[in-house]
Write a protein that binds this ligand. Structure first.
Ligand SMILES: Cc1ncc(COP(=O)(O)O)c(C=O)c1O
Length: 446
């Protein structure tokens, strides 16, 4: 066995016992994924010995990169004291206080184990509080794998229908019709159409769920006007405005919600608040969060979870967030702006139709002359996807840079100018190599 074949051989074994050889499609790579050996800071080394700069950071979850020493030390200390108890632990309370002090929408919180679980629990809380069955969500948004949250996540021109009333399209085969009937789909950032759609079933809607910078919609920010319009509509119609900040908490010290004039009733959190361990949280106004409170005579939403708020995750998450203070957030966002500026200069130099969207410490590149504003504009054809995969492959194999598979970068605080320069230089080469293919794409001049 040569060194370069190690991953290939393990993957062959993996396929005999793990469906498709992987437990998450995110890391699936043709012809086979590489297996990680070790990671520290912003570098990850696979078992073949290839070292790459990590601009994926476990899908935006590692705000301080890998093996951040303060987290490692604190977790080792906690490991010796036990990993999960059928008792409360003090660190949970300290961490809850910290999050409440920095995020406006966090008056009360409950920790869970993933972003999916956070969104699911948030939707159930909205239903329990309002006594209504339906939710409204934007076309194309990814909110994890709860079946209600998955609706129209990947709708396409053949099934999405009229933009004035998009179809509720199932993601998974076998999704019950009852699920589709209870999810109303609207076009993100389009106030007029969205309000008209919500109006058609106003008294049925428990919540309108908003990701303030939805990745799959194109990593475009929700406008102030759009968020205010939805908020005002929910006030008039007895529904809740709920935010999915599983990714976007990293955007400002107080999350993406910090910049809006209105606050969500509930917020789902995840990713960076776990400090590298599995995590989620649902938080919100004290009055709404009472649905979970076992003191209540009429408990509306009984809620538990074997590993929820386990002291390992709480310890790691608390450390990660303490170190992600205002100064660290500003420094990281400034570095990201610098990266975007450098890449824009390269795009101009090579003269390729590439635009960039994003917020805070994340950005996404599109093979379009102008940045897309909607899911339908950002929608990638098969041909476009093929070129993006070639670009990603070029970056991964030739430039030794790992990125998120939508041609997106999620930065970490341990990065510096050197990593940005290597990224820019790598993209320069990739754009040059694939320029003829990018220019040939039907949508590239849009
Ligand atoms: C916006 C958003 N919501 C929810 C989730 C689900 O989180 P998890 O993968 O932890 O279940 C994700 C994950 O990528 C996400 O990006």
């Amino acid at each position: 066995m040569t060194k370069s074949e190690k991953s290939k051989i393990i993957y062959k074994e993996a396929c005999k016992v793990i469906s498709g050889g992987v437990s998450r499609n995110t890391i699936f790579r043709k012809p086979y994924p590489n297996y990680a050996n070790t990671a520290a800071g912003c570098y990850i080394t696979d078992i073949e010995g290839t070292r790459r700069i990590d601009f994926a950071n476990n899908m935006a979850a590692l705000i301080h990169g890998h093996a951040f020493p303060p987290i490692v030390d604190a977790v080792i200390e906690q490991l010796r004291k036990g990993t999960a108890y059928t008792l409360a632990s003090e660190v949970e309370v300290a961490f809850a206080k910290h999050l409440s002090s920095r995020v406006a929408g966090v008056e009360r919180i409950r920790f869970v184990n993933s972003g999916t679980e956070a969104v699911m629990t948030m939707i159930k809380a909205a239903r329990a509080y309002t006594g209504r069955p339906k939710i409204a969500k934007a076309e194309g948004t990814y909110h994890g794998t709860y079946d209600f949250a998955e609706v129209s996540q990947t709708s396409n021109p053949s099934n999405w229908g009229d933009v004035g009333g998009p179809n509720s399209v199932n993601l998974a085969h076998g999704t019950p019709k009852g699920v589709l009937d209870n999810v109303i789909v609207f076009p993100y950032n389009d106030i007029e159409k969205t309000i008209a759609i919500l109006e058609t079933q106003a008294d049925q809607i428990a919540c309108v769920i908003i990701d303030p910078v939805p990745h799959r919609v194109g990593l475009v920010q929700g406008t102030q006007e759009f968020i205010e319009a939805i908020y005002n509509w929910t006030r008039k119609n007895g529904a809740l405005l709920v935010f999915d900040e599983v990714i976007t908490l990293r955007v400002n010290y107080g999350g993406a919600q910090e910049k809006y004039s209105v606050k969500p009733d509930l917020t789902a959190l995840g990713k960076i608040i776990g400090g590298g361990f599995p995590v989620g949280a649902v938080a919100g106004r004290a009055e709404v969060m009472k649905v979970f409170d076992p003191h209540e005579k009429n408990l509306l939403l009984p809620h538990s979870g074997t590993f929820s708020a386990n002291p390992i995750t709480m310890t790691a998450g608390y450390k990660a967030m303490e170190f992600f203070d205002r100064e660290a957030v500003t420094k990281l966002n400034t570095l990201t702006e610098k990266a975007v500026d450098q890449i824009k200069a390269v795009v101009k130099l090579v003269d390729v139709p590439v635009s960039i969207t994003g917020a805070g410490s994340m950005f996404r590149m599109h093979l379009r002359q102008t940045p897309p504003k909607t899911y339908r504009e950002a929608y990638q054809t098969k041909e476009e996807n093929a070129v993006i995969n070639e670009l990603l492959d070029f970056m991964y194999r030739k430039q030794k840079i790992l990125m998120v598979n939508t041609f997106t970068c999620m930065l970490s605080t341990v990065m510096g100018q050197h990593e940005i320069d290597v990224l820019t230089e790598g993209l320069h080469k990739a754009f040059k190599a694939l320029k003829p293919k990018i220019a040939k794409l039907k949508n590239s001049q849009l």
